[in-house]
Design a binder for this molecule. Structure first.
Ligand SMILES: [Zn+2]
Ligand SMILES: [Zn+2]
Ligand SMILES: [Zn+2]
Length: 143
């Protein structure tokens, strides 16, 4: 499914969770920064600008809840920060490029592994539904 505001809210409501104003802020931040792979700290900084009453505990609890509900995926890129990404239906089809100098994470939007996936199905009778590929290197700015 595609994660938009209504889809996320109905997931929460289906599990009897309320759409509190603080949760709403966090959801909007996630949706408005879909390609940025934000960490909890970054989400906290942004949320604070919208509503100074938002606490770090609320951020962590909400993010955990959204992971549990399948709205978000947790990502680790080896810099000690957990980052979050919306669990969209096309998630499977992108890879991550991680700069070893500045830590910036970019997306490469194509899968291009279809031939390999087919080979694995053929040789191992194993059906691929997802994969996480991280490329480590140096970005344009850092070179
Ligand atoms: Zn860089
Ligand atoms: Zn991504
Ligand atoms: Zn694939």
């Amino acid at each position: 499914m595609v994660m938009n505001f209504d889809a996320i809210c109905s997931k929460l409501k289906n599990e009897n969770y309320k759409i509190t104003p603080q949760r709403e802020i966090i959801i909007h931040i996630l949706l408005n920064n879909e390609d940025k792979h934000l960490s909890a700290e970054e989400i906290y900084d942004m949320a604070k600008k919208i509503n100074p009453d938002v606490g770090m505990t609320t951020i962590y609890r909400t993010l955990d809840l959204l992971v549990e509900l399948g709205v978000l995926q947790k990502l680790e890129f080896g810099d000690g920060r957990t980052r979050y990404e919306l669990n969209n239906e096309d998630m499977h089809h992108h890879h991550h490029l991680i700069c070893l100098k500045c830590g910036e994470v970019q997306e490469f939007e194509q899968d291009l592994l279809e031939a390999l996936e087919e080979k694995i199905l053929e040789k191992k009778d194993f059906l691929i539904v997802d994969h996480k590929l991280k490329f480590y290197g140096i970005c344009r700015k850092c070179r």
